[in-house]
Design a protein around this ligand. Structure first.
Ligand code: ZN
Length: 245
């Protein structure tokens, strides 16, 4: 029974490791979300620059178009005979020139805007790179922890064989069966109740457990039962402190 409890403790530790191995990578989820957000921020900053460049192109195209039109008007001017028409066209040309001047001012404003956005983009890039680096470091810490955890668990698993070998074969297979459905599979008998499900154990079985005659399972939950006092005696035996005749 002592060896079985030792095995159970080992199995418990292995299970704790496995649970942590499962949980640990989840800590990286928040970093993945953070990374996505940073990527979105960077894209937004880049898009802003591109949008300004696009507006600049539109303005330039607009000016070119109007200048083209202006040239046409200029040639038309010479073929016009009527004074009224001549005046009207001149007026139209003035208007066109004003529109061009407005667009040119707009281009200058856009150039300033672009310089600002570009500087902001550069600053964003540097900040985001720094944050990504930090995230990578944090993720590495998690990966390292996981690595240590896995090797610890493998060590525990390696030591399991020799511990299991100390448990009598039939008891071991009973333990393995119970363990699949209930953990801990081995529990103490407390005041005639099962230490696992807390239900009363039949008096006759209680007596047999107390007498240390046989290893019984709880009739309610199937866990294997032991009496703590018996355990202490057998552990004392193991240390050679009291040898019963
Ligand atoms: Zn029980």
């Amino acid at each position: 029974m002592q060896a079985l409890l030792e095995l159970q403790e080992l199995d418990r530790k292995i299970a704790v490791c496995r649970a942590e191995e499962k949980e640990l990578p989840k800590q990286k989820d928040k970093y993945a979300i953070h990374r996505k957000r940073l990527a979105a921020e960077l894209k937004e900053s880049e898009d802003k620059c591109k949008q300004i460049q696009q507006k600049q192109r539109e303005c330039t195209g607009d000016i070119e178009q109007r200048q083209e039109q202006l040239k046409k008007y200029d040639t038309q001017l010479y073929s016009i005979r009527k004074n009224e028409e001549y005046k009207a066209l001149l007026h139209e040309m003035e208007l066109m020139k004003k529109q061009i001047a407005i667009k040119e001012e707009r281009i200058i404003a856009l150039m300033l805007e672009y310089d600002e956005s570009k500087a902001a983009l550069q600053a964003d890039k540097e900040r985001i790179e720094g944050e990504v680096k930090k995230i990578e470091q944090e993720c590495k810490v998690i990966d390292d922890k996981l690595h240590v955890l896995i090797s610890e668990r493998k060590e525990l698993e390696k030591s399991r064989g020799p511990v299991a070998a100390k448990v009598p074969h039939d008891l071991l297979s009973r333990y393995e069966r119970v363990r699949k459905v209930r953990t801990p599979a081995v529990v103490p008998l407390n005041d005639e109740t099962c230490g696992g499900c807390f239900m009363a154990v039949r008096p006759q079985i209680v007596n047999e457990i107390l007498a240390n005659d046989k290893i019984h399972a709880c009739q309610h939950c199937g866990r294997l039962l032991y009496h703590v006092a018996n355990l202490e005696t057998s552990s004392a035996d193991a240390h050679g402190e009291s040898i019963p005749s």
